[in-house]
Structures are given as structure tokens and as C-alpha cells.
Design a protein around this ligand. Structure first.
Ligand code: PLP
Length: 438
């Protein structure tokens, strides 16, 4: 598999033309993945909507492509909300998530007709008050925290902890006792129009039985409170994101054992569980709209990071070692400390690659130890060679930091045979732009 189409795009030339360090996003791979999600879930569910989560890749040039592909959008907070609007996502296809939403963002969402995912009773009252003051109706969903009961599976983020406990402990979603308050008070929220239900488990597991249990728990809770729904034709069940990518190299995941199920496998078990529990709903299952909000599962394997070798060092006294010092950093790649097993692959994309191979410690450029990859097997390197680090398409660019006052990398989009800059490199002036000195 070569989602980056290295036969079409010359990554060494891209690095020289646009400068490194550089994030490169593969539009072609994103197009394919969107079609795969739609194919897999569309086979199982007649009304299916893909709502990619902007947080995984909040780069407007990438989001514009998703808008062209008619995807809705899950956003968190005022920045992502504005980003989605700038990328022409129709307001009715934006889902506004988050556990703290201030009055300003709520007002804007109500005025534009954006769907607001309610996270607490206080928020329900606040949205109702604001909508009343605007003489408007707020389209809302309730974010649920279904009880996973006896499910004994542990989380891949924290293999000592049970998913059933973590999914209750996480701050998101309406605590079940508070959901009762909302249900009891619902008739007093005259300006709220409930259009559906939301729940996000997260990337706790790749095991299909966990997804099946999750989907069943969501649908069971939905059926209990569906009487609150406004008179809408196709109410929504949104089950969030959390689908592992094929390569499953996300750095926040601790247990990556086992294969990632294919999208048809995910879709089949999730939809079967939803259909089963929705058989008790007064609404036929096929009249429900199913939404998902993939982040990593859509973007992760569609990105690569390019960096240039700036210096080489070797030790020949005692244990022999080679270091390749490169112009990127752990603070751009979310790598920390001494990696025991770095899930990112490091390869040389230089045309002049030697046939001799050595082991290098690839080290980055801040004053930290910057052990990006230890003992990486690479062709004999020269200063100026370009290395590709893969996969880096989800969460890394938005998590990049300015340690050592380093400007953060720019981004390019490789799409349909063309390469274009979609985010310029940060400058040192940008880094200090908010500082105030007398
Ligand atoms: C509400 C919601 N939807 C979707 C996502 C995307 O999750 P992932 O990248 O694991 O698919 C997140 C991630 O935190 C989320 O909070």
C-alpha cells in the first residue's frame, strides 16, 4: 500500500521546493478513505452521514477538500467552529461539541442553525435562555454516557483500566443522574428542538465485540428517552469517532496489538447492534440517520512528515554509534523521552540513497534529548538527505509546540498529481507576535 503515491509525487523535490520540516497531506488518500467509510457504512445504513472530526486535522486546505466531498463536520470550541465556517461547511452540517461552551459560541450557533451537542443541564438551560432572547429555536442533541455494565475489556490508551469505568469517568457527556434532570425538565425548554443523540467512546479498543457492546448500549439509552425528540423526519444517532487507522500508529495509544478491523467489519457489527436495540424504538431503524465522526481513522495514514539531515556524527570509541541530526523535533511529532518502540517509520526519500545500510539514532533539533527514532535502519546518509516520517496525518500538526522558540512547520497538500502549500511555515516573528515588552 502506498497511500502517498510516491510514484506520483517526488517527496525529495517537495522537501526542496517547500522547505523542511514539512507536513504533507495526501488528498488522494483522503478521497479514498472517505469513499471507503461511505461504502462500508452506506452498505449497512440507508441514511448515513460522515462528519469528520476537525480536531485531528484542523488545516483548512484539507478541510476544504472534505467540504468538496460533501462531508459534515464535528467541531470543538470557537476556533474549530470558525474553521469549519471558513471552509464552507453548511451550518446545518456542523455539530458543535465540547463540555464548556460560552454564551458567545452558543449565540452564534443558534443564529446560524448549527446543531449544538448538549453536555450538561446547565448548558441546556443556557441554550434555552439564549434562544429565547433571540426569539429563535436551537437545534440540539444530547450527549450520552451509556452504561457498559459488565463489559470487562480494558482501554488501549490505559491497559490497566476498564473501558466501562473510563467512559463514565471522562468529563464529556451528560452524567446519567443529570440526564434524568434534563429529561424531567424537558417540557420547560420551549426553544430547544431535539434532533438526535450523540455519544463518543473513543479509540479505546479495536475489538469488534467492544464496538458491538458500545453501539448496543448507545441505542438502548436512546430508546429510553426518544420521546423527547422533536417532530423530525430522520433523527440522528451520532456514535462519534475512535476508529483505529489501518496502521494504528497513533502515539497516544499504548496497546496496539492485534489487527485493525476493516471498515466493513466495523460497520457490520456496529450497525447490527444498533438495529437490534432500535427494534424497540417507535421509529423504524432505517428512518434514523447514523453519523460518525472519524478523526484518526480518516486522517492518520494520509500524512507524512519530511525533514532534512543537517548533521551526522559518529562514535567509534567503545560502542559504535551514528547520529543523524535532522531539522524537525519531538515537539512537532508528539514524541517524548526515550522511545522504546516508535510506531512511526523513518525512511530516506533521497534519490542518491546508498545501498549500504547503517543503524542511526535520528535526533531532532531542540535542546531536549530528541530521540526521535533509535537504531533506525537507513541507507548511509549524507547531510542534505531528506527523511520521511510516516504516518503523521492525525493530531501531530495541531499538537506542535514552539519549544526553543522554534517556528512550527508548514503543510502541503498532495492531491490529484499537484502539490500546493496549504499552510505557510511559521516565522520567528510569528512565534513572538503575542509577546509584549515595555
Ligand atoms: C466528540 C468526538 N468525536 C470524534 C472524535 C475523533 O476521535 P478519533 O480521532 O479517535 O476518531 C473525538 C476525539 O476526541 C471526539 O471527542
Amino acid at each position: 500500500m502506498d497511500p502517498l503515491k510516491t510514484d506520483v509525487y517526488n517527496l525529495e523535490r517537495v522537501a526542496h521546493e517547500f522547505g523542511t520540516p514539512l507536513f504533507a497531506f495526501a488528498g488522494d488518500a483522503i478521497r479514498e478513505r472517505v469513499a471507503e467509510f461511505r461504502g462500508a457504512f452506506g452498505m449497512e445504513w440507508p441514511r448515513f452521514e460522515l462528519m469528520p472530526s476537525l480536531k485531528a486535522c484542523p488545516i483548512l486546505g484539507v478541510r476544504v477538500l472534505l467540504s468538496e466531498l460533501q462531508c459534515g463536520c464535528d467541531v470543538f470550541g470557537p476556533g474549530e467552529f470558525e474553521g469549519a465556517l471558513r471552509c464552507n461547511v453548511p451550518p446545518s452540517r456542523i455539530s458543535l461539541n465540547g463540555s464548556i461552551k460560552d454564551e458567545q459560541i452558543l449565540r452564534k450557533a443558534i443564529l446560524l442553525g448549527v446543531r449544538i451537542v448538549i453536555d450538561s443541564p446547565r448548558e441546556a438551560s443556557l441554550i434555552n435562555e439564549i434562544a429565547t432572547s433571540l426569539s429563535s429555536t436551537a437545534f440540539v442533541m444530547l450527549r450520552l454516557k451509556p452504561d457498559l455494565g459488565e463489559l470487562s475489556a480494558t482501554s488501549d490508551f490505559a491497559p490497566d483500566l476498564l473501558i466501562s469505568e473510563l467512559s463514565q469517568r471522562i468529563k464529556y457527556g451528560i452524567p446519567n443522574s443529570e440526564l434524568t434532570e434534563i429529561v424531567d425538565a424537558w417540557s420547560s425548554y420551549s426553544q430547544l428542538k431535539l434532533v438526535g443523540f450523540h455519544s463518543h467512546m473513543g479509540r479505546h479498543s479495536k475489538r469488534l465485540e467492544v464496538w458491538s457492546a458500545w453501539a448496543a448500549a448507545v441505542a438502548s439509552q436512546v430508546v429510553e428517552i426518544e420521546s423527547l425528540l422533536a417532530d423530525v423526519d430522520h433523527p440522528v444517532i451520532n456514535i462519534g469517532g475512535g476508529f483505529a487507522s489501518d496502521l494504528d500508529a497513533d502515539l497516544d495509544v499504548v496497546d496496539r496489538s492485534g489487527n485493525t478491523p476493516s471498515l466493513p467489519e466495523f460497520a457490520s457489527v456496529i450497525c447490527a447492534a444498533l438495529r437490534d436495540k432500535l427494534s424497540s424504538s417507535v421509529i423504524h431503524w432505517s428512518d434514523w440517520t447514523l453519523e460518525i465522526e472519524p478523526g484518526r481513522g480518516l486522517h492518520s495514514d494520509a500524512g507524512i512528515h519530511l525533514t532534512t539531515v543537517k548533521n551526522l556524527k559518529c562514535e567509534t570509541v567503545g560502542e559504535h554509534r551514528r547520529w543523524a541530526e535532522v531539522d524537525t523535533s519531538e515537539v512537532f511529532l508528539d514524541l517524548h523521552g526515550v522511545p522504546d518502540e516508535c510506531p512511526l517509520q523513518f525512511t530516506s526519500v533521497s534519490s542518491a540513497s546508498s545501498s549500504r545500510h547503517y543503524r542511526y539514532d535520528v535526533v531532532g533539533l531542540t535542546c531536549n534529548a530528541e530521540m526521535l527514532s533509535l537504531d533506525a535502519e537507513l541507507p548511509e546518509l549524507a547531510v542534505g538527505d531528506v527523511l520521511a516520517i510516516y504516518p503523521t496525518g492525525a493530531y501531530l500538526e495541531p499538537m506542535a509546540a514552539n519549544f526553543n522558540a522554534l517556528p512550527r512547520p508548514g503543510s502541503v497538500l498532495l492531491d490529484q498529481g499537484a502539490v500546493r502549500l496549504i499552510k505557510r511555515h511559521e516565522t520567528v516573528d510569528d512565534v513572538f507576535a503575542r509577546d509584549i515588552i515595555e
